[in-house]
Design a protein. Structure first.
Lengths: 195, 195
DNA sequence: TTTATAACATACTAATTAGTATGTTATTTT
DNA sequence: AAAATAACATACTAATTAGTATGTTATAAA
């Protein structure tokens, strides 16, 4: 990787952390360059403007991270009930990057930017759609091998589960990690009703 | 109501709409006073600073509105499965103030402010707790009259339902009102498993 | 090795921000 | 009616913002 590419990635990953903690719009370019000890000239050499950096952040940092943690593990799943529960538990309880106080970076960005910036909306939609599809695939597979009832609507369940996840990332911000634990208990009950 | 109280309420309700559409931090005091044709002197006569206005907005506009729409109808419920579904459908489909593009004002504020401002966090927590309690009460009542199974954990279900609502308000921002409809279908299935 | 270009670095600008200072005018209280 | 206070109105300030202008220095192509 060239020096320029390294600088660019450095900006993106530091910006990602700041945006995760403080939101996109309230994270200033000045803050980002201060935390990276990169100058303004370098920043605007790599990105035409702040929004272009924001989109790059979603496509080059957020999307790959979520794909690895939330999509890939489901595509090979043969037992959706078990694997969906374990994925959620992994994300909510055992993931060391996420902080209950700051929620989920994707959910945060949807909340903040989807309504006011079409480019953000589009990039974030791709993340959610690809998760939705993966959940759908895992359920379809389980219907095929009779671990889930065949009258279960895979896409419907996927939307319901994603809603639950996004929502508990929100309520967790005020109620703390106890909300995660209670949510997981009822998620387990709900998933069981699909079998 | 005195002239001063009217001015104050005028500021709060216009600010509420702006904050709902654009977020709290990106809604400037200048925008608020421009949209109300109230001067800066008047604004800072009624509120010590922007954050005090924000808290007043939650306590005096958001809390009463959510209490009327989401809490009161549940306290007298004798059939939680039916009433919870209808409440959700009313909120998501038939409510004319909410816009799928902008989500739910309470969810938005939790997302944006809970982590960075303890006063906002506290005021918003009260809203969610009171909804959670109301959902709990409606379920307990239904357990009492045998319309819901007695092994159902009321508070657990309440957390699960609130998560689903908050989450679909989020995903709705990118997927549109179709997400609401699909979510409601699966919510109906889920609620039925409690009976 | 010259030349071109990528990769920075520094200093600046115009707009916007929350908040203040200092007034005037309307409304109560005495 | 006089005095006090509530309810404004206007002009300002200091800090922060995204972005630009104009350079210099490192890297790579010719």
């Amino acid at each position: 990787m060239s020096k320029g590419q390294l600088t660019r990635l450095n900006i993106l990953s530091k910006a990602f952390e700041l945006v995760y903690r403080n939101g996109y719009q309230t994270t200033s370019v000045d803050e980002i360059i201060a935390s990276t000890s990169v100058t303004k000239g370098a920043f605007y050499h790599h990105f035409k403007n702040k929004d272009e950096m924001g989109i790059a952040l979603i496509k080059e940092v957020l999307f790959p991270a979520m794909n690895k943690a939330m999509v890939k593990p489901l595509l090979s799943s043969k037992d959706a009930v078990k694997d969906l529960y374990e994925l959620m538990e992994g994300l909510l309880i055992h993931n060391s990057f996420f902080n209950v106080k700051y929620g989920c970076p994707a959910v945060n960005l949807i909340e903040e930017m989807a309504a006011i910036n079409p480019n953000f909306n589009k990039a974030l939609t791709e993340i959610i759609i690809s998760w939705q599809k993966a959940i759908g695939v895992s359920i379809e597979n389980s219907i095929s091998n009779n671990t889930i009832k065949d009258d279960v609507k895979a896409d419907q369940v996927a939307t319901f589960i994603i809603s639950g996840y996004s929502g508990v990332r929100n309520t967790g911000k005020i109620l703390g990690s106890n909300a995660y634990k209670i949510y997981l208990k009822e998620l387990r009950n709900y998933l069981k009703t699909l079998t």
